[in-house]
Write a protein that binds this ligand. Sequence first.
Ligand code: ATP
Length: 482
Amino acid sequence: MSLQQENRFQTIISHAKEYGFVFPSSEIYDGLSAVYDYGPYGSELKKNIRDYWWKSMTQMHENIVGIDAAIFMHPTTWKASGHVDNFSDPMIDNKDSKKRYRVDHLLEAHADKLREKGAEKEADDLLQTMDALLAKEDFPSLKKLIEDNKIVCNVSETNNWTDIRQFNLMFSTQIGSVAGEADTIYLRPETAQGIFVNFLNVQKTARLKIPFGIAQIGKAFRNEIVARQFIFRMREFEQMEMQFFIRPGTQKEWYEYWKEARLKWHLSLGIPQEKYRYHNHTKLAHYADAALDIEYEFPIGFKEVEGIHSRTDFDLSSHQKYSGKKLTYFDNEINQHYIPYVIETSIGLDRMFLLILSYAYNEEKWTKEDGKEDSRVVMRIPEKIAPIKLAVLPLVKKDGLPEVARDIIADCAPYFKCFYEEKDTIGKRYRRQDAIGTPFCVTVDHQTKEDGTVTIRHRDSMKQERINKTEIKDKLLNLLLF
Ligand code: ATP
């Protein structure tokens, strides 16, 4: 990451804290690593992103329904899904600093350094060797690769490494009163399994025919090792996942369909296409026959925001095997029983939130008509998902203007989130709304009392126009509909 990128990232993190979007968890106790809380504007923004996804999946698709499964699941779920055996990363510790690293991250960082020095070929060779050794789980050779490349810990600056070990990312806890092996349960590391185990309940009760989807939004937990990237990589986070059940053999076309549909969803928020790219996986997870990431250009570089996976019938077949319950579907169009194939779309709500912050944060400077310099920080949050849609500002605290402003709020508040403020100059109040991304400000002045008109100011252009106060609600509703 360049210094400029690092600075921009740190500025966004500070802004998010200062303006009530995101706080470190339990900050009065110095925080908890990779865990965050959402403040007044953050919780509104997060809810709006969640609703935007939920609506586009369930309300806009008649063949997609939602569920809300529990975080705790029967422990065998995670055996069947492969998480007990496979959801781990090879890790290595530095004996001097006691710092733990993911082996692939350590080698990738070294490859980046080689690239910076112009040694492109060495970097490519290193990553190729790493991929081959990771695929074979050849840990002694991976350790030797780290040593041969003289990779050192960035704290102790030594290469005094432990052996490489697998480290499972699931959090476990005990259920019931007696502690012991049999009582160990996990906090779900993904929401998808809650969908798979409910597949038949949902299909039967909602009377769905293939192809159909089940969507879910909920918390997931991973004991991430490298967790220094704000809300990009958290230990407790929220996922928005949809499993689309299809006839075996049709997975290629549905994979293409969802690959495009999901990118369209991102673009529908008005974010430019060049900020996105697809990244096809060459190393596939144990359950997938094709997979790609939708990547966004965060201040920390192009990174995954969403995954599209063709999961075959891996999960349902495995749950059928472990539970002994039949999980087949009868397709009466072709008169066949089969276990459906699945295309999954999986996006992190918190990561999408970071994407919006990264896109929206803008520092602007310009010269005014009188020749003086002016500047502002503006969050160009897409209007539909902005935490507050309308600020209503009486020019002065007297002459009946606050009452008119309150009446406007009473008219609009049932439809969208409004904000009232009468303190400070109008200019200062506009700046505060810019900093939290409010797309519209209405100012009530003395003319309002005479002819019923108000000034409406648009956040992005800063243009102002006069409209009748009775038009405000419908004007905004048209712009904000999603
Ligand atoms: P990564 O490679 O970044 O660890 P992943 O490939 O393990 O992610 P998936 O298991 O495919 O991620 O999860 C789907 C989505 O969930 C990701 O695209 C991301 O948006 C989100 N996600 C995954 N892990 C985290 C995390 N620790 N914190 C925040 N969001 C996450």
